[in-house]
Design a binder for this molecule. Sequence first.
Ligand code: UT7
Length: 332
Amino acid sequence: MSQIIPKIIGTGSYLPEKRLSNYDLAKMVNTTDEWIYTRTGIKERHIAAKDELTSDLATIAAQKAIEAAGIEASSLDMILVASCTNDLIFPATATIVQNKLGISNSKIPAYDISAACSGFIFAISSAEAYIRGGMAKRILVIGAETMSRIVDWNDRSTCILFGDGAGAVILEASGKDGTEAGLISTHIHSDGSHCSLLQTTGGVSQGPPHLKSGSGLGFVYMQGNEVYKQAVKALGHIVEETLEANNLQREQIDWLVPHQANIRIIKSTAKRLDMGMDRVILTVEQHGNTSAASVPIALDVAVRDGRIKPGQLILLEAFGAGFTWGSALIRW
Ligand code: UT7
């Protein structure tokens, strides 16, 4: 009997038109292009227009993924949106995306997943479970963020890091074609004891913060160097866990597609895998940390420019607030 394998059949991504360079930021806060680039690898980030919402970014990325997969939106049977900058507290951004895709009539389940920067990996893991369990055949998984709305534009230690964007994939039940292509395994973890190191300063239940320049629901607060250490540690462990679970050697991984937060963190993970940076997909320079959107954006870029090829082994990984972290191993 053939096994069900969730397979990515299309990818898409979108970055808002407006770009904010390190030089632009140096006019806003006490920083320099040199500091930002050497500490993070970021040169610029994209900022959503005033009337552009997370659901708009998500919908464009989704449309591109649907087009790449060569399917009709009406054939989807679930939508998952990973985001920590949803349009509204409710309804879920995924339902808004469903409507913007013109498929509300389908009545398919659409809901959001909240795991900050690891959100896309967590959403892929959920989609994997639905597909392997036979509850869904074709799932649209999106990571989308308007981080610019919750950044304190007076705080140089955080405002230089984040950007807006969206990435999407279509995951489909496969395995009947006799090829091995598809999702091999996902691995996800959380450790809530570190909540206070990376969080928003306000929220719904906790109440509004002392407003600075972030949104009414608070702005990003991060103890950067502590988060950095924990990220390097957790990501090191997750790559080992993924290799061990699948009885693989480091050199068998063709491409690392990491969360694009900081090039120094990415280099540490690549080192743990004994991978040269020529086998790492890097987009952090062009868009900074787009939280849940960063992994699917990087994946889409490398699929479209032809670096990721059929048969290759791809390792996705991410780390974010919570802390949350995870990986997904894919035979392309
Ligand atoms: O996506 C979720 C996970 N998030 C992350 O992975 C982010 C993890 N953290 C990081 O990437 C890094 O910690 C940062 C890039 C945020 C900061 O780099 P760092 O090397 O850890 O710097 P630091 O926070 O230890 O600060 C070093 C110095 C400080 O000055 P003093 O105290 O040494 O005088 C900061 O005040 O750099 C100063 N600084 C800046 N200087 C110029 C902080 N931000 C800036 C800035 N421009 N933008």
